[in-house]
Design a protein around this ligand. Structure first.
Ligand code: FES
Ligand SMILES: [Fe+2]
Length: 454
């Protein structure tokens, strides 16, 4: 059985996402040292020069359906208030009362006609405007109403995600996200529903452990031993793209086993079986023909899409089966298929570099005729209109979700090692170049250059 990177990734490239390989950037070889994950000074620089300059996701548009709907989002030392106004526009504000700085909204989500501060009752409208203060006549400087409004943060909604940037001078989201924005335009992401929403509060690791991890698949055979039966995970089967915009992509062929398990045919067919059966294929027909599954399932998806309520017309064959995995600089990663998106993110802790918050979402695109689905989070059949609740807690208290729990366990033990005097910096193979690229890009924000060579 033979499979080559060229055959696998380059299927009908004229349609769907551009799968041209990005030119390889020139990378240095400076070691990635442990203090990047432990030092308070480094954390402070990250806040001042990185987090306050980059586009971030506060949440999803589907969290704000009607005027007055709002939610708050912890971001490092800040708390961001996102609101749908009377005019149905979504706005983001610093969640800070402009009287004497009390945090204005103390709850995670809700619906209100206006926001009243708990301290002296200043009242702000959904558009952030200060509408009422007690003893308005007592302000010798003149009434603050209409003047000391909430401080608005630049925000944009794209594909159902609410993005914000703390830098008022920032570049547009479109420029920031290229080429990923163009790649994703045909995915029905804004129609997908969040069916899994877990937040690990105060995970015991630095936020960069998360992004490092999703910037490589070197760990997958050992941390996720089941993957090799359903994907050709080895680096020589995958394509890695490192874009000038600092984002990255990995194309990993799916519905095809890794070479290491070609002789475990039964296990491969058992692992792929449920998907094959969903697309009216019989696993037993593929004995001795494991490498034909991927191409055949692509054909079946095209043939049966309409019957099953999907529309795959705008996708290339690879998009129907493969793992299109993106890492958005600095802290978001996702794998996207036409029928769903796995979305992962680490955000900085307000004060401690050895801790962070970690979010894991799954966004499902339900085919037209589907009314209910089996929710692993709720453990039962669930109406698709029921919104997944945000499950929050520490590691061990909550079920993070299969496939990702294994990564979480590693970050905890990795942080301990990174804090040790016995860690003298990385020693990485070329397939982990996206990690080096990531750290060099952090250095570009922090110090103005990539850090270069050792
Ligand atoms: S601090 Fe908010 S009203 Fe005084
Ligand atoms: Fe992993």
């Amino acid at each position: 059985m033979k499979s080559s990177k060229k055959d696998i990734v380059k299927s009908n490239p004229s349609m769907g996402v551009d799968i041209t390989k990005a030119p390889e950037p020139k990378l240095g070889n400076k070691p990635i040292l442990g203090d990047r994950y432990t030092s308070k000074e480094f954390m402070k620089l990250e806040w001042e020069r990185l987090w306050t300059k980059v586009w971030q996701v506060a949440g999803l548009e589907q969290q704000l359906e009607k005027p007055g709907d709002f939610f708050t989002f912890d971001f490092g030392p800040e708390n961001i208030l996102c609101v749908k106004g009377e005019d149905s526009n979504i706005r983001c504000f610093y969640n800070v009362c402009q009287h004497r700085g009390n945090q204005l909204v103390q709850i995670q989500e809700g619906n209100l006609e206006s926001f009243s501060c708990a301290y002296h009752a200043w009242k702000f409208g959904l558009d952030g405007k200060l509408n009422w203060v007690p003893d308005e006549e007592d302000f010798v400087q003149g009434s603050p109403c209409g003047k000391r409004n909430l401080i608005e943060i630049k925000s944009e909604v794209w594909q159902g995600f609410i993005w914000f940037n703390l830098d008022p001078q920032c570049d547009s989201l479109k420029n920031y996200l290229e080429p990923v924005m163009t790649h994703l335009e045909n995915y029905p992401i804004s129609e997908m529903k969040r069916t899994h929403w877990v937040t690990v509060e105060e995970g015991n690791w630095n936020w960069k452990c998360v992004q490092d991890n999703f910037n490589e698949s070197y760990h997958t055979p050992y941390v996720h031993p089941a993957l090799k039966y359903i994907a050709d995970e080895k680096y020589y089967a995958c394509q890695f793209d490192l874009y000038e915009s600092m984002h990255c992509r990995m194309l990993m062929p799916g519905f095809i086993p890794s070479k290491s398990v070609y002789d475990e045919e039964d296990k491969v067919l058992e692992s792929l079986g449920p998907h094959m059966e969903y697309w009216d294929m019989k696993p037993e027909d593929y004995k001795g023909k494991l490498l034909e599954i991927r191409g055949d399932i692509q054909k079946q998806k095209r043939n049966l899409a309409k019957n099953k309520g999907y529309d795959f017309a705008k996708f290339n064959d690879g998009q129907l089966t493969d793992h299109y995995h993106y890492t958005i600089f600095p802290n978001i990663s996702f794998s996207v298929k036409p029928d769903g998106m796995q979305w992962l993110r680490g955000t900085p802790h307000p004060t401690d570099p050895t801790k962070c918050f970690f979010d894991y979402w799954y966004l499902t695109w339900f085919p037209e005729n589907i009314k209910e689905y089996y929710s692993p989070m709720l453990g039962k059949m669930t109406d698709i209109s029921v919104k997944a609740k945000n499950v929050r807690g520490k590691v061990g208290e909550i079920d993070v979700g299969s496939g990702i729990e294994e990564d979480v366990a590693i970050w905890q033990s990795q942080q301990k090692g990174l804090s040790s005097r016995g860690y003298i910096g990385d020693c990485m193979p070329a397939q982990e170049n996206r990690i080096r690229f990531f750290h060099e890009n952090i250095d570009r924000y922090l110090f103005g250059d990539s850090g270069g060579d050792a």
